[in-house]
Write a protein that binds this ligand. Structure first.
Ligand code: SF4
Length: 260
């Protein structure tokens, strides 16, 4: 099976998020208009109070989407703005997926675009942490199916034979002194994050796992690197080691001192 790599575009998610914001605003306005007579009968102030809440929700969503757009266009934005933008993204994401489904845009393309937006926003924050607070997190399907070494409990069990990408990832982990974990599922991944307590994560996974993982660990900054699946999903997957290393360097404090 040939896996065609699609070049994700940030603008797809931005466009869907903007349309969702517009539709939500229209929906809120229509709701306010429809409920106004009933609310007035209950209390004269209720339409104004409800209207005020509607305006706050709409302004909040617009500010979030605008924040993302400005950050992507290269305008300086405050960290708090990123934080707010993220809440809006998490709220809008299911709506964007639903809208995409209605207009026949494949879910994985929206997820790829979302990951691009996430990576861009994370890079913009210029977060630098010590090497031992960075963790590479990757799914178990990256290990060669026929490999007999148990690496999920102890990654050092990998013999770095070159049969799969785990060996190369371990090499990177040793080179920079960072954590590397291979998780068999979302629950184990969450447990690893809880016990290692990294400050930043370089996550390797498919679109769906990356998207949910990024949202799960928020506000922890995650740079997502999509895996390659020439053998189909969840089986003997690969990752571009250069992309992983580039993501590590993005977070690495005093990069020159750590790499050799
Ligand atoms: S690099 Fe070799 S030893 Fe390590 S997990 Fe892959 S196949 Fe197993």
């Amino acid at each position: 099976m040939i896996n065609v790599i699609y070049r994700p575009k940030k603008r797809l998610f931005i466009a869907l998020a903007s349309i969702c914001t517009l539709l939500t605003s229209l929906f809120c306005y229509a709701l306010w208009r429809i409920t106004m007579p009933g609310l007035t009968q209950l209390n004269d102030y209720l339409p104004a109070i409800f209207g005020g809440m509607v305006i706050l929700v709409v302004l909040g969503m617009c500010a979030g989407v605008l924040g993302i757009v400005l950050a992507i266009l290269g305008f300086p934005t405050f960290r708090i703005f990123h934080f707010w933008a993220w809440h809006v993204i998490n709220f809008i994401f299911p709506l964007a997926i639903f809208l995409g489904k209605m207009i026949d845009i494949p879910r994985n393309k929206i997820e790829q675009s979302f990951i691009e937006v996430n990576n861009h926003l994370v890079r913009k924050q210029k977060i630098k942490v010590p090497a031992n607070r960075i963790m590479i997190l990757t799914p178990h399907c990256i290990q060669l199916d026929t490999c007999t070494f148990k690496i999920t409990r102890n990654i050092e069990n990998c013999h770095q034979c070159g049969g799969c990408c785990v060996g190369k990832l371990l090499e990177l982990a040793h080179k920079y002194g960072i954590h590397l974990a291979v998780a068999t599922g979302g629950t184990l991944a969450r447990q690893v994050v809880k016990s290692v307590k990294p400050k930043t994560i370089v996550a390797v996974a498919c679109e769906r796992d990356l998207t949910s993982g990024i949202q799960d660990v928020f506000p922890l900054p995650v740079l997502g690197v999509l895996n390659e699946r020439p053998n189909g999903p969840c089986f003997n997957t690969f990752v571009d080691i250069n992309k992983v290393e580039e993501a590590i360097k993005t977070f690495l404090e005093d990069e020159g001192a750590n790499a050799n």
